[in-house]
Design a protein around this ligand. Structure first.
Ligand code: LMR
Length: 401
């Protein structure tokens, strides 16, 4: 049976993590997978998460099945966090969804429901986009096409090219957007651009499919999703896939959710029934623990405040590392001004160096980043900045065009 199966290459992100872990060098630096690290290079369990886990363990009385849609409190509180409690879509009862196995599960169930609703719909993704978007969404059978997004010459969004391309997307197709902290570039849309894009979605008739995995890691839990909230208050239909991995730091617990905005209550119920049927076919129901922790934190004023405070520390540290990196790379031999790193949002930036430089950094200096030159800024610490900057200066030396 397995004779014809080819040996596949490792995953571009998680494969790099395995290589990093297998590297025996003491001073190796991980700027690969999107996982937060503190000043000491550790990925801590957040204070509120630790406290919620202790309470849950103490009070848990059963391990019986959750429903297919997961924990109803989790879904309600997630929607409150994502949209704001007084969002019109919530008041109108037009949005429902299911708890999922992290953001990946959310994206896959989202795609499965889109395929059930409109098998011929094509999904347009930004160039570039997160490496796993294609397999996750394409794996459901939907065709994927790309629209221009990042301009390497400005290190920002090429909004003109993006809008011109999306003008031509036919009604009934789907456009995948990053809610905030674009992965892999860190280049985000402004609120004004979200508003223009919303008007275009209404005019063109495509359905937005928003992936939000980094809410709270740029400017604040509400600030980061202002554009997405605006769009979802205007468009008749939308799919929203959310992850709790990064903003709650519960990566391995696999907590997330996918929520479907429909034209009215009755349609929203029908979509939910299809999301539940899709989930039942894939994993039956999601794991309980991570989502229970999130639901507990969001439902407890003290824990929520502490979580928000720690999240503010996290984004403050990332912003400080952006400044430090840009300063440390001043005067490099390639003459690149890395000031753009301070303008980008969330965990990631594209360094824009050459593939040969990426390889040399990894092999000679033990500095790991994705081949695309995406770095996880949260992997930079006051301890590793000097060796990191020396390695970057070394590979950039004499590289000026
Ligand atoms: C990343 O982009 O590094 C993270 O979202 C982890 C992953 O699953 O790829």
């Amino acid at each position: 049976m397995f004779d014809e199966l080819p040996l596949l290459p490792p995953d571009p992100i998680l494969g790099l993590l395995s290589r990093f872990r297998a590297d025996p060098r003491e001073g190796k630096i991980d700027l690969g997978v999107g996982v937060y690290q503190d000043e000491e290079g550790r990925t801590p369990v957040m204070r509120a998460v630790r406290e919620a886990e202790a309470r849950l363990l103490d009070t848990q009385t059963t391990k019986t099945y959750l429903g297919i849609a997961g924990d109803p409190e989790f879904n309600t509180r997630m929607l409150g966090m994502l949209l704001g409690d007084d969002h019109a879509a919530l008041k109108d009862g037009r949005i429902h969804g299911v708890q999922t196995t992290g953001g990946c599960g959310a994206l896959r169930i989202g795609a499965e429901v889109i395929r059930r609703a409109r098998p011929a719909a094509r999904v347009w993704v930004s160039t570039p986009t997160w490496a796993n978007h294609m397999p996750l969404i394409g794996g459901s059978g939907l065709q994927i096409l790309e629209y221009p997004y990042y301009d390497p010459s400005t290190h920002g969004v090429d909004f003109g090219a993006m809008m011109s391309a999306l003008e031509k997307v036919p009604a009934g197709d789907v456009v995948l957007l990053h809610g905030c902290c674009h992965n892999p570039t860190g280049a985000d849309l402004t609120l004004a651009q979200w508003k223009e894009l919303t008007a275009l979605a209404l005019r063109a008739g495509f359905t937005p499919y928003i992936d939000t995995a980094y809410q709270g890691l740029a400017d604040g839990v509400d600030e980061d999703v202002a554009g997405m909230r605006h769009m979802m208050s205007e468009v008749p239909e939308c799919v929203l896939a959310a992850s709790c991995s990064k903003n709650f730091g519960i990566y391995r617990e696999r907590a997330g959710g996918v929520y479907f905005l429909a034209a009215n209550r009755e349609r929203a119920e029908a979509v939910l029934s299809n999301a539940m049927a899709a989930a039942r076919q894939i994993w039956s129901m999601p794991p309980a623990h991570g989502a229970a922790v999130v639901a507990h934190i969001l439902g407890d004023a003290t824990l929520r405040a502490d979580w928000l405070a720690e999240l503010a520390e996290v984004r403050g540290r990332i912003a400080a590392m952006r400044e430090l990196l840009a300063r440390s790379l001043a005067g490099n031999g390639a003459g690149i001004d890395f000031g753009f790193v301070t303008q980008q949002k969330g965990m990631f930036s594209f360094l824009g160096i050459t593939p040969a430089q990426v390889t040399r950094l990894r092999e000679e200096f033990g500095v790991y980043m994705l081949d695309s030159t995406r770095i996880n800024v949260a992997g930079i610490t006051p301890r590793n900045i000097d060796p990191l900057a020396s390695a970057l200066h070394a590979v950039l030396a004499g590289a000026a065009a």
